[in-house]
Design a protein around this ligand. Sequence first.
Ligand SMILES: Nc1ncnc2c1ncn2[C@@H]1O[C@H](COP(=O)(O)OP(=O)(O)O)[C@@H](O)[C@H]1O
Ligand SMILES: [Mg+2]
Length: 257
Amino acid sequence: MKSFAISQQKGGVGKTTNTINIAGALAHRGHQVLAIDADPQGYLTNTLGFREAYQSDPPSLYDAIKTPHDHDAADLVVAHAEFDVLPANIDMFQLEQDLIASGRRPRQRFGDVLDQLQDYDYVLIDAPPSLGPINDNVLLAAEDIIIPVEADDSSVLAIEHLLNQIESLERGYDVDIRERAILISNVNYPLDNEQADAIAWFEDTFDGRAPVFEVRNRAAIKRSLGAGGSIFGEDAEETDMTTVYDDVAATLEEVEG
Ligand SMILES: Nc1ncnc2c1ncn2[C@@H]1O[C@H](COP(=O)(O)OP(=O)(O)O)[C@@H](O)[C@H]1O
Ligand SMILES: [Mg+2]
């Protein structure tokens, strides 16, 4: 099993959209895939049609992360038409506070949950929009990160903060967290100066370190989310972005286990 965190602390940069479409691409290539919604807001869970699971009574992913030894995360998995999903739950709004209060080194928590999900080829974790303890947990458990960004100045600043956070986790926990792909999301052509400068900065910064992909703004992507799936879903309309996500999936297949 290979796990990847889709992480960036800014909201609206395409974490959830990319998680769903990378999961769709890997599943379409024949892999067993699980998408985990680690964002208490539950956008991935709700988009994929699991509103009931989001609002369900315990136990949920909240309990599995809080007390991993009392739960089997595999029992919480639900089946989507394209891949499996471990839904977020509304209780997870409490999780950030709990993790801070517990003071326990966070690595065990999410890592223990992932240990219970070894039957998949790929696990993709949609991280929350913050640099707090849930995101730390996700990064430490996955150790491999896919970073979605938008082609603007604020994403450049956000990446500098994220890379600092990754370095501090690496020092604090003696782990190696590797950037596996940068996805510049929602790119609009023709490029204005801000977009062109930001794209050049990402390509320069990650040169020789991680491949940089461009996902253009496409109505088909929005529409497939509205229909509850990825652009690789059976009924999704055709779009040229399947090629990009397929390339991303092929890149992830090359990552050593
Ligand atoms: N390539 C794209 N084409 C069209 N819409 C997109 C694209 N990428 C993201 N979006 C839209 O942008 C919004 C924010 O994306 P989302 O994945 O929810 O970001 P995050 O999870 O980082 O908060 C969503 O409404 C999503 O549908
Ligand atoms: Mg999201």
